[in-house]
Design a binder for this molecule. Structure first.
Ligand code: GLC
Length: 615
């Protein structure tokens, strides 16, 4: 008969206390000797299951049940989702926040620092005052890999200035259907151009060495076929996260090349995509995640899931975990309240440990995932010295030098679709009217993923609006009038009408119709009836149906989503720079042509792939 003795009671009390505290540590908490200089292999061998599973877990900062969970659950990564900023959205506050999290990570037995991930996809776009550069569709029109690399490098500096070391970028989607709300995150529809620019972006982010003080780990996304779904198969009945119903040849020809180039460029991580391929969710697709990406292409970094991406696999949460990890996902983004207990990462960790202990997930799979993650951390210099946040880069955030580089990208991204000679405008006209929703609207220039996940209209962050660009450009004798609705334009020598799309992101941008908004059309009609020369500037994340506008306008410029430096547009409007952008997407003549892409049979768009005028 086993008799409970005092020592048993005290151990049980300790264990009970730990369990009540919700701690995840029922394993030895003796501090390991330093991991600095140790091989990844030896570190992995020394790790407990809880430590391994912790490294595979990425929690959202806004969803931490307790910040000390970073320590108690051995979390390997934290992320900021779109717009998830500290209370005070300024660089030093971001850096302080990340330092706090890293300090908690340093208190774990092994003290492995965090990778902190964020969507810095067009500049450090969540941070107030940062330089926001053109979204990818504009960079596709620019077609300048050296400048793309420079934009990524300035972004990396601004990201590191805030203590963050990982960006969920570049998106190398091949967007096949303009109705998709993420069309602007794609460089275009030609896999060769996407590959060239995606590679340049990876090189710009990661620099010459991942452990450099101004380098960040890249995350090429979303693997694979995010831009391929058929309209009507989306989660929302439209297209985002839908089903890519294409054969393997098409998948390999149109969607795989950018990943081959990104791996060549050394992308540290790749993000799995929400979409399905012929009915099977990518997050659970072993053939594509492991057989193709890891085995055939030799990808040695790690695969991170998308935001609760594994939840969309059919089945309960535990089976989602087993399916996705066995398929090849190495780190799971468990930001929010996941199904089950609703405790997100805590639930994930509990269930994954259960799955390993019951044999549903082999320890060899866990060790492979953790080895991949720690290899990346090793290359980032995170395993060989105590984490130190280099604050010297803070002055680069939104600096004049960075804004000048962004302004050059804006100039080169513009595509002139029509010009009867009205452009370039003279700088000494006596009266110019600037009108339309986008005339004085940095938020509309930036589009989605800007300060907030969905972006926002108006003065969301410091920048130069098109109106301000005009005011800077013209002579002191020129009268510049800002008229939102174009009502008072009498006597003007020229009217600049800035119209297009209000900001959106992801599924919130899926649209069955791509005509201009009614109030934009009213402004254009008002100016048209005046007979005054009209220059239309279109701020949009994709081609729109503009046939009538094209008739009415003397000149029309596709400016895409240029970001904070709107003076790059006025540089072209007034002739300091000639427009040089070429369409990286086909411009449809009507909605019933969509989807329409270069090399389609009976290809008769409004403007072909590669079209663009100059002076
Ligand atoms: C989003 C997006 C992905 C982004 C991630 C983290 O849902 O699909 O592009 O990197 O979540 O914000």
């Amino acid at each position: 008969m086993f008799k409970l003795q005092d020592k048993h009671l005290s151990f049980l009390m300790l264990l009970t206390t730990l369990v009540i505290l919700g701690c995840n540590t029922t394993e030895p908490i003796v501090k390991a000797e330093s991991i600095h200089g140790k091989s990844v292999e030896s570190i992995v061998q020394s790790m407990t299951l809880a430590e391994k599973v912790g490294q595979m877990t990425q929690a959202g900062r806004a969803h931490l049940v307790r910040e000390s969970d970073i320590r108690d659950y051995n979390l390997g990564s934290i992320l900021s989702g779109g717009g998830s900023a500290p209370d005070v959205n300024e660089p030093a506050a971001w850096a302080d926040m990340v330092d706090e999290y890293q300090d908690l990570a340093s208190q774990t037995r092994l003290g492995i620092p965090l990778m902190y991930g964020i969507d810095a996809i067009h500049g450090h776009n969540n941070v107030y005052g940062a330089t926001i550069v053109p979204h990818n569709i504009g960079l596709g029109a620019m077609g300048n890999p050296e400048l793309v690399k420079a934009l990524a490098a300035l972004t990396a500096k601004e990201v590191r200035a805030t203590g963050i070391n990982w960006t969920f970028s570049p998106c190398v989607a091949n967007s096949r259907d303009e109705r998709w709300g993420r069309a602007y995150e794609s460089f275009g529809e030609d896999p060769a151009l996407i590959s060239l620019l995606g590679q340049a972006m990876v090189e710009g982010y990661q620099g010459s060495a991942l452990n450099a003080p101004d380098a960040v780990a890249a995350c090429t996304k979303h693997y694979i076929g995010d831009g391929a779904p058929t309209w009507g198969t989306g989660n929302n009945g439209q297209i985002d996260r839908g089903d890519a119903i294409i054969d393997e040849g098409t998948l390999r020809t149109l969607h795989l090349p950018p990943y081959i180039e990104a791996i060549e460029a050394g992308t540290a991580t790749i993000m799995a995509s929400y979409n399905s391929w012929n009915g099977v969710k990518l997050h659970g697709h072993r053939q594509l995640l492991t057989d193709l990406l890891k085995d055939e292409l030799g990808f040695e970094g790690f695969i991170v899931s998308d935001w609760q991406g594994i939840d969309e696999i059919p089945g309960d949460y535990k089976s989602d975990i087993i399916t996705s990890i066995n398929a090849g996902v190495d780190m799971v983004m468990v930001p929010g309240i996941t199904r089950g207990s609703g405790e997100g990462y805590r639930e994930f960790i509990k269930l994954l440990k259960e799955a390993v202990n019951e044999g549903s997930v082999e320890m060899t799979r866990i060790d492979d995932a953790v080895t991949r993650i720690l290899n990346v951390k090793k290359s980032m210099g995170l395993l060989d010295s105590a984490y130190a946040n280099d604050r010297s880069l803070i002055s680069t955030v939104g600096s004049a030098e960075h804004r000048e580089i962004a302004r050059q990208a804006v100039r080169e991204s513009l595509v002139m679709l029509k010009n009867d000679g009205t452009l370039p405008l003279a700088k000494d006209l006596s009266k110019i009217v600037v009108t339309g929703r986008g005339a004085d609207n940095v938020g509309m220039q930036c589009g989605g993923w800007s300060i907030a996940w969905q972006g926002g209209m108006g003065d969301i962050t410091p920048g130069t609006s098109i109106l301000e660009g005009v005011q800077e450009m013209v002579s002191s004798e020129t009268q510049v009038i800002h008229s939102l609705t174009g009502s008072d334009i009498s006597g003007a020598d020229a009217v600049i009408v800035v119209v297009g799309e209000s900001p959106y992101a992801e599924m919130h941008g899926d649209r069955a119709e791509l005509e201009l908004d009614e109030d934009d059309i009213q402004v254009i009609n008002r100016v048209k009836s005046s007979g005054i020369p009209m220059v239309v500037v279109l701020l949009s994340g994709r081609p729109m149906i503009i046939n009538d506008v094209l008739e009415d306008a003397n000149s029309l410029l596709a400016a895409w989503l240029p970001g904070t430096e709107g003076n790059g547009i006025t540089d072209v409007l007034f002739g300091d720079y000639a427009p040089s952008g070429k369409l990286s997407v086909t411009w449809p003549a009507s909605m019933d042509q969509i989807p329409i892409n270069w090399k389609d049979s009976n290809y008769s768009p409004l403007f072909s792939y590669g079209y663009g005028l100059t002076y």
